[in-house]
Every structure is written in structure tokens, then in C-alpha cells.
Design a protein around this ligand. Structure first.
Ligand code: GLN
Length: 541
């Protein structure tokens, strides 16, 4: 029988509830417990696909093509899982199902209400994941903070789950910020007390509280949190600031949280095994080398827009014992100030990530041209791949004004064009080419030396592709398409032989990157940047 852990948040959002949820999962997993995780998001969007990454952070793509909240990325990276889209439940989804049922007549005669119909649908979705995953423990993180109007049906659903699943099979973790006053250094627990009160008003008494604080909480703060939270002192834990988020499960376990959760849920466990995880954390904390990579993007102002990319670089860096420092540059700045392009010389590698629409595209193309002409290691992802094709078509194949039709629909050379099946698509939600697809990698190429396999599976999120009409011209110019879809129609990887490292992919390798299993394209790129910096010599893989 599955057991459930529910994680709620108080005081403020964005205090790292996703990391703490992942860490609780990690503490159990490392003791041999099978875990999975769900994010419930109270917003009314059906999924995260239509949300601006600049406001909400990146859209994470699951193997089955779900466009989900970025916290699923943290669950996958910490727990090395491949979740499905069912692991992200939104108000939009829940209501969509309930309303469809109502229209079908499934509730005929009944007045359809938040309790029980909406709450039943929430519980059904959580239990569905429990069955689908066959996990022993299902962690459910509630997005937002306690007290948000939109979150109430979700909290009511998890309240009911204690009644239905039993006390020993459910655990409530409450995470809240404990600010420290700059002037006196005093730890203020009052906001946390209020959020616990709010939770109790809804009918949930937390079993354990994680104080999120800059420093380890002192005895006085712990005593207050325990007293006002009505929990024992030893059920209070602290997630204080650490250099890397991958330390969080370690610092919580040292405080006894792993044992606490295990005892409370009575799950059979073995001795925790931390050696691999610790090894990774140590290399992140004490790298031998460092490289500088510039990300030329559109959402460069918000770090969460590229969270999986950043982590993929961290994982790849750890394997090379290298700290990868990322500099984010708005692509548009190269359009307004082309003289700034030469500053790209100061970096060990140039990275152009995914993106949409014309804004900033010329700046990205200019950066790619700079990388190619100056032989600076280059990696492009999705839009970065497509724009590398545009740049090559214009500047090497002399197809003047070649473009992607996403940028210029009347270009004479539409080297990147809408996929045929996209022509009649009007709706924006969940209509791109999404999720995992097989790719055949050509032997003897750079890509093959990285993937060491003729067949790989990678995640996608795009509407446009390389236009098959122009492939012969591009290939004649020297561009090598080293990975293709199984039917050979879709170009998935490109490279430029003779360059130090010039690789781009239509897919997103970052979604598969894990701390101890860096993604091959990111790893190859980081390794190349390091090789070039250290010895100026060719890539040795
Ligand atoms: N805008 C491009 C497309 O839709 C690239 C998408 C992306 O970078 N994820 O194909």
C-alpha cells in the first residue's frame, strides 16, 4: 500500500519547496524506498506550456510530452526518475475533467461542487500516479503558499487523504521562511507561526516543519516553531543556505529528517547510501578547473528560465571537475550594439538555447556566426540549432536572406519551416512536437563519439524543423546532419567537421541530464571548452 507525503509552503513562494520535496524523496530513496513525486499547481492554466518562462520559469518537458512545472525537473534530477505528465496536476486540468464529466452526464441529477467533485478528481489524480509509478511513497508538493485562494481545493483534498489513507500512511511537511533581521541577527518565526495557523484553520496539522533560513536556526527559534507548531522539537528541521542545492538532502539527513520520516511512515529501509551523491557534491564544491560560457538568449534576466540548462552544465562540469560559470547576455544587445560581439572572445564557449519568435533572433545568429568564424566551441539547442542552420545557409551557402519562417514568412530560402503537420494547428496549448522521440546517430561523427550509440531517445518541444528541400544545399556547403529521426525526414543533430567543437541539436539534452549522468552534448561541449582553454588542443573524449 502506498504512503503519501504532502509538502505545503508558507510565508513566501520560491523558497525552495521543490528542492526540499526532492530532498525528502532522496533521503527515502537512498534508504531503498521507491519514491515518486507530484506537483499540484493551483493556477488555472491547464499546463505550463503557454506560460512565459520569464514570469514562471522554464517549461519542463516529460518523456511523454507533458509541458510541466520546472519542479518536475528537480524531482527527476534528484531522484533520477522519468516522470510522466500525470505528475503535474493543475486547477485547469482538474476543472477540465470535472466539466467534461458534467457535460457527458456522469453526475446527472447532482449539483457539481468543489467538495466532493473537484476534491475527488484531485485525489483520483494523486492515486493514479501512485498506481502508475508503483512507488512505496508518493510525495505531493502543493504549489503556492497556504492561504492562496486557488490552493484551497488542493489542501482540502490532501486533508481528506489522511482520513482515507490513515495516519501512519500520510505525512504533512510544512516549509516556511524564517527571516533573519539584518540589524539584530534575530530569527523571526512569527510569519511561520501564522502560516501554520492558516494550515490548521484548513484542518491540516503539520507533522514536521522545515524552516527555510539563511543560517541554521538557533535553539530559541526551534523551540518557538515546535511550540507554536504543536510538534516535538526534534520534528523541526532547517534548510539553511548552502553553496549548491544538491547539499540540501545531506544537511537535512544529518539533522535526522530521513530517520524521522522513515519512522513516522514505518517504511522498511536499509542503511542510507550517500557515497555517489556526496562524491558529486564534493566535485561541485571543489572543482579543479573553471570555464566561462556565455548564454546568448532571450530570457536571460531570470535564472529560472534556463534552470535545466544550468543544471546540465553543472552535471557536465562535475564530470570534468570543472566549474562552469555562466554569463547570460540578452541577444538583442548584439543587435543594438554589434561592436559588442567581440566580447564573445572572452568566453571558452558560446551557447544558444531554445527560444521562440523573432525578438533577439538576429543577435543569436550573429553570435553563432562569431563562434563559427572564430572557432569558439559552440552548442545550440532547439532554436539554437535552427538558427545555426540559418546562419550557415546565409553566410556559407550564400542563400541570401535565408531564414526561419517563424522569423520571416516571406524569406526566399525558408531553410527552417513549419513541420507539415503543424500547418492546420491553431491552438497553442500542447500542440508542438513534444516529448521523447528516437534518433539515429551517424557513425563516425562527433555526435557518435559523444553518444556512443546509433540509437538515442531525446525530448523535444518545437513546431519548426529543417526544411527537407534545402538539405542538399546545406550538406554541399559542409554542414553534417549527424542525427536524424527514424524515418530520416527530420534533422536532429548538426555539426561542422574541422571545427574545434560545433554541435547543435533540435532536441533538448538538458532534460535527461542527471548529477552522475551528464548529458552527452553538454558534456562534450564543456569538455571541449576546457580542452581548448587548457591545451588549445583537439577534443579528446
Ligand atoms: N521556436 C522554435 C520552434 O518552435 C524552437 C522551439 C524551441 O527552441 N523550443 O520550432
Amino acid at each position: 500500500m502506498a504512503k503519501y507525503i504532502f509538502v505545503t509552503g508558507g510565508v513566501l513562494s520560491s523558497v525552495g519547496k521543490g528542492i526540499i520535496t526532492s530532498s525528502v524523496g532522496k533521503m527515502l530513496q537512498t534508504r531503498g524506498v521507491r519514491v515518486t513525486a507530484i506537483k499540484v499547481d493551483p493556477y488555472v492554466n491547464v499546463d505550463a506550456g503557454t506560460m512565459n518562462p520569464y514570469m514562471h520559469g522554464e517549461v519542463y518537458v516529460t518523456i511523454d510530452g507533458g509541458e510541466t512545472d520546472l519542479d518536475l525537473g528537480w524531482y527527476e534530477r534528484f531522484l533520477d526518475l522519468n516522470l510522466t505528465m500525470n505528475s503535474n496536476v493543475t486547477t485547469g486540468m482538474v476543472y477540465q475533467t470535472v466539466i467534461e464529466k458534467e457535460r457527458r452526464g456522469d453526475y446527472l441529477g447532482h449539483c457539481v461542487q468543489i467538495v466532493p467533485h473537484v476534491t475527488n478528481e484531485i485525489k483520483r489524480r494523486i492515486r493514479y500516479v501512485a498506481r502508475e509509478s508503483k512507488a512505496d511513497v508518493i510525495l505531493t508538493e502543493c504549489g503556492g503558499t497556504v492561504g492562496d485562494i486557488e490552493g484551497l481545493p488542493f489542501l482540502e483534498a490532501i486533508r481528506q487523504m489522511r482520513l482515507e489513507e490513515g495516519f501512519e500512511n500520510t505525512l504533512y511537511v510544512h516549509v516556511a521562511l524564517v527571516p533573519i533581521l539584518d540589524v539584530t541577527g534575530e530569527m523571526k518565526t512569527k510569519p511561520l507561526q501564522h502560516s501554520v495557523n492558516e494550515l490548521r484553520r484548513i484542518g491540516i496539522q503539520p507533522d514536521t516543519i522545515v524552516a527555510r533560513s539563511r543560517k541554521m536556526i538557533d535553539a530559541e527559534a526551534r523551540r518557538k516553531i515546535a511550540l507554536f507548531g504543536t510538534i516535538p522539537d526534534d520534528a523541526v528541521f532547517c534548510s539553511y543556505n548552502v553553496k549548491t542545492v544538491y547539499e540540501v538532502p545531506l544537511i537535512l539527513d544529518v539533522q535526522g529528517m530521513g530517520e524521522f520520516v522513515r519512522d513516522r511512515l514505518q517504511v522498511p529501509t536499509r542503511e542510507p547510501k550517500w557515497s555517489t551523491w556526496k562524491g558529486f557534491v564534493d566535485t561541485v564544491l571543489e572543482p579543479h578547473h573553471s570555464i566561462k560560457i556565455v548564454l546568448v538568449g532571450k530570457y536571460a534576466g531570470l535564472i529560472d528560465s534556463y534552470v535545466s540548462v544550468n543544471e546540465a552544465f553543472r552535471h557536465a562540469g562535475a564530470k570534468c571537475q570543472t566549474e562552469v560559470s555562466m554569463k547570460y547576455v540578452e541577444a538583442e544587445s548584439f543587435e543594438k550594439h554589434p561592436e559588442k560581439l567581440v566580447t564573445l572572445k572572452d568566453y571558452d564557449g558560446i551557447f544558444v538555447p531554445y527560444g521562440f519568435g523573432p525578438r533577439g533572433s538576429s543577435g543569436k545568429i550573429a553570435a553563432i556566426q562569431f563562434a563559427r568564424e572564430n572557432d569558439i566551441p559552440f552548442l545550440g539547442i532547439c532554436y539554437g540549432f535552427q538558427l545555426a542552420v540559418v546562419e550557415f545557409a546565409r553566410n556559407v551557402c550564400h542563400l541570401e536572406r535565408a531564414d526561419s519562417t517563424e522569423i520571416n514568412s516571406s524569406t526566399p530560402f525558408p531553410v527552417i519551416d513549419l513541420m507539415p503537420e503543424q500547418h492546420n494547428v491553431k491552438a497553442k496549448g500542447a500542440t508542438m512536437r513534444l516529448g521523447s522521440h528516437k534518433i539515429l546517430v551517424e557513425q563516425g561523427t562527433l555526435a557518435y563519439s559523444l553518444y556512443k550509440s546509433e540509437e538515442i531517445d531525446e525530448r523535444h518541444r518545437h513546431r519548426f524543423e529543417v526544411n527537407p528541400l534545402h538539405i542538399p544545399t546545406l550538406e554541399k556547403g559542409g554542414l553534417v546532419f549527424s542525427g536524424k529521426s527514424v524515418d530520416g525526414r527530420r534533422m536532429e543533430l548538426l555539426e561542422l567537421p574541422g571545427k574545434f567543437f560545433f554541435l547543435a541539436s533540435q532536441f533538448h539534452g538538458e532534460f535527461k541530464s542527471r548529477p552522475d549522468k551528464p548529458d552527452p552534448e553538454y558534456y562534450g561541449f564543456v569538455k571541449a571548452c576546457l580542452d581548448r582553454k587548457l591545451e588549445g588542443s583537439k577534443v579528446k573524449l
